[in-house]
Design a protein around this ligand. Structure first.
Ligand code: APR
Length: 348
């Protein structure tokens, strides 16, 4: 009898103790309002085309709970509810919430994907776009960094490489926790074009793309393969050059088709690929915009190079051997990024 009683008391104690712990956790993390919350939490800032699609992919892969934030009243709440209502059919238990009323719900995020910004409109100069989007980036990053001081930032908003600088400087986070999504998208595009050209599965393809996001990016055919065979052995130079050019201009091709917006399905796929690698500590090698301090002879600049992504973010910069021509193309691309960063600094 004495033993049974002490077990019961212990049970009551354990239950109460757990409830108290839960309440404490809820005070610090208001989004953990369900007992069956996912282990990880990702906030997506900007609930537009890219942000909404990121939220969908993250939830459907059951990688984490998702918080969508935007400044447009009702937009993140509406998209979050719509996605949540699809959950029973899509068979996932990720919780998706939306907020147009501030950042409290993002507290304690493991990753923040930042897509917020405005697109370049006709008549808007590059400097106008830089000024507007860097102001938005500063505002967003200062708020998310306060709520989630240990988060990893994945920047998606354009002009990408310049926005990475703003996020890095504003957050004060170490360089491994600030990165830009460009190479994941560019190499996915290159892989698709290779698969289409050679009539093989996209799964058999691998591609490397270096440099800044834009016309100066550097696709590397020597390191791009089909089932391990470099594409330089599988197609003539003219075809490779054509695919490289199509990759570098891939964003513009979509804009000219959509007319009222820019790419978002593949963009979101690239961002979610990076988030998944971090959440699952995959040590995935993928090209990202990362802060270089001497690697590839580039200093104090965010440039796209292959990195190893794991739970600490950018865990290693992979240094691959470049031919003199490839090296010159990478330096040219880095110079274009530097020009943007300098222009942004002048704008203040
Ligand atoms: N805070 C939060 N959200 C903001 C802010 C801000 N300060 N400013 C703008 N936004 C939101 C907008 O309200 C909009 O809903 O960012 C969202 C951007 O979404 P879209 O205009 O649909 O743009 P999208 O196609 O998603 O592209 C987003 O990704 O690939 C890049 O070039 C693209 O920079 C662009 C970004």
């Amino acid at each position: 009898m004495r033993n049974i009683k002490s077990v019961d008391i212990k049970r009551i104690y354990d239950t109460n103790f757990l409830q108290i712990i839960r309440k404490i956790v809820l005070c610090y993390n208001p989004s953990t309002d369900k007992e069956n919350a996912m282990e990880k939490k990702v906030s997506v800032i900007g609930a537009g085309m890219v942000g909404g699609t990121c939220a969908q992919r993250l939830a459907e892969k059951e990688l984490c709970d998702v918080v969508l934030v935007d400044i447009i009243d009702g937009l993140p709440e509406g998209k979050a509810l719509d996605l949540a209502e699809a959950a029973p059919v899509e068979k996932h238990d990720a919780h998706i919430t939306g907020s147009s009323k501030g950042y409290a719900a993002t507290a304690g995020s493991d990753i923040i994907i930042i897509t917020s910004g405005v697109p370049r409109k006709p008549g808007m100069s590059r400097d106008d776009l830089l000024a507007i989007n860097s102001k938005i980036m500063k505002d967003v990053v200062s708020k998310v960094a306060k709520e989630s001081p240990n988060a990893i930032l994945i920047i998606v908003a354009n002009p990408l490489d310049a926005m990475c600088h703003v996020a890095f400087e504003t957050s004060g986070f170490p360089k491994n926790r600030v990165m830009g999504m460009a190479g994941a998208l560019d190499s996915a595009r290159f892989r698709y074009f290779i698969a289409e050209e050679l009539k093989v599965s996209v799964e058999n393809t691998n591609a490397f793309v270096l440099g800044g996001h834009g016309d100066t990016m550097v696709p590397l055919p020597r390191y791009s393969t089909v089932a391990g065979v470099p594409i330089t052995e599988l197609m003539p130079k003219e075809r490779i050059d054509a695919l490289c050019e199509r990759t570098a201009k891939g964003g513009g091709e979509i804009v000219s088709l959509l007319k009222t917006g820019s790419a978002f399905f593949a963009t979101a796929s690239g961002a979610v690929q990076m988030a998944e690698a971090i959440l699952k500590d995959k040590k995935l090698i993928v090209p990202c915009a990362t802060y270089l301090e001497g690697e590839y002879g580039i200093n104090n600049l965010f440039v796209g190079v292959p990195v190893k992504l794991g739970k600490n973010g950018v865990e290693e910069v992979m240094q691959i051997k470049l031919t003199p021509e490839e090296d010159a193309a990478l330096k040219k691309s880095a110079a274009a990024v530097q020009e943007l960063v300098d222009a942004m600094k002048k704008l203040g």
